[in-house]
Design a protein around this ligand. Sequence first.
Ligand code: SF4
Length: 495
Amino acid sequence: MLDLQNIKTLKSDKIWFFRFKKFGEDYLITNDIAKYSFLTKGEFNDFIAWKLESGEKYDELLEKKFIKNNEYEWDMALAFAKKNQFLAYWPSLHIIVTSLRCNHKCQYCHAAVAPMTARDMDMTTDTAKKVVDTIFYTSNPNLTIEFQGWESLVNWDIVKYITEYAEIKASHLAKNVTFALVTNLTLMDEEKLKYLIEHNIYISTSLDWDEETHNFNRTFKEWNSFEKVTYWIKRINQEYEKRWLSQKVWALLTVTKKALPKYKEIIDTYVNLGLHGIFLRPLNPYWFAAADLKNLGYSSEEFVDFYKKSMDYILELNKKWINFSEMLSSIYLSKILTDKDPNYLDERSPCWACIWQVAYNYDGKIYSCDEGRMLARMGDYNFQMWEVGENAEDVYKNMINSDTTKTMVQASTLDWLPGYNDSVYKPYIWVCPIHSYKTTWNVIPNYSKDYKRLLDYAILDYIFEKLKNEEDKAVFKSWVLWIKNDFVVSQCELI
Ligand code: SF4
């Protein structure tokens, strides 16, 4: 048993604030700059009783700022600022929904998709210009414009208009702009591909494993969706290689019930297509009507089992020199093993909503993030920030100062949230106000009912267990390097 008296008499002039939990026979401790250490029970008791005054473990804890020295405050302030430097910037990721039309009727989102005949649900040139004008008022010098839709290529002329107008604005205003296109690839052709490569537009798509599962999940009456998407993944990667470009098409898997027993086949499909890695995304409650859960859904235990088996298999492949990684774990690993937060996807405190990511709908309405925009499609406008207008500067100021912005920042900042703030995993986790809202009708997450947290904790337990093994840790370290060099696309795509 842990001696609570030791904790009460902890020497706070020598030992800085840390969080801990029992981890098997050992203790896992973490601090506010996301450093971690495993201590045996004896080491832990010596540490908190201040009997650990020299040796290897002492040196490690000193270096990781669990133990104070003379430079402690200065070093800690710098390290903390580095970890949270994303807070110095305003929105960088601007998602533009070019159309609500889509040629698919996927199982996860068919209720919200507009038919191909609904041309009034395309973004107009006038709205697109106002959107771009608003975007360029951000103080952030680095912007990513991500084209989404329901299918972004349906409104190709607007994709081109926005790209070219944003390129001109970026050169006049000395900002860096990167583009990403989220597409189901069924409307791709050689001319579009040439344009996308020439304008440096990264491509992201969805691939739900083998032909049968992909075509079941992603219903497409006109052609075979799987054939189209795999053809274009190969073709685009071939073109990148021909032009000596290091990037690859990004493909995302949405895990449905059908996928659970087939983790090996799924990963092999991705490897055989020459892809860098996979993102094992669980289903989200805002993607589809609850009725679909019966056919597509699973319990958190089932997902965790699937995740662990997939990860074991991916580690096995890496040990056979097959370079392949899992995206969600790579994000956690970057937080755990590097001095900088990767600021990748929404996974930070506060989350990206409103202050890093903004979603502009086809009609000019502006939302906290793509999930907020999706809820509006279902008639819930709670996450709208503002709407584009004639004066882009005013629009920008109003959206940034909106009540939605303030609510989302407060609801996703872990420091004041009971349970989350005390957790040993606090430096690595994040909360999603929209997930909380959709599952409990409150944007403030409820620690004990937070299903997403249970998944996050199970994944982190797995990762920390593997970090105890030097061979696995070496593989994980290579993923961290890889993530630093790749491009950023939001997790919010549903294509
Ligand atoms: S974490 Fe949730 S609320 Fe925050 S940006 Fe992502 S989807 Fe939106």
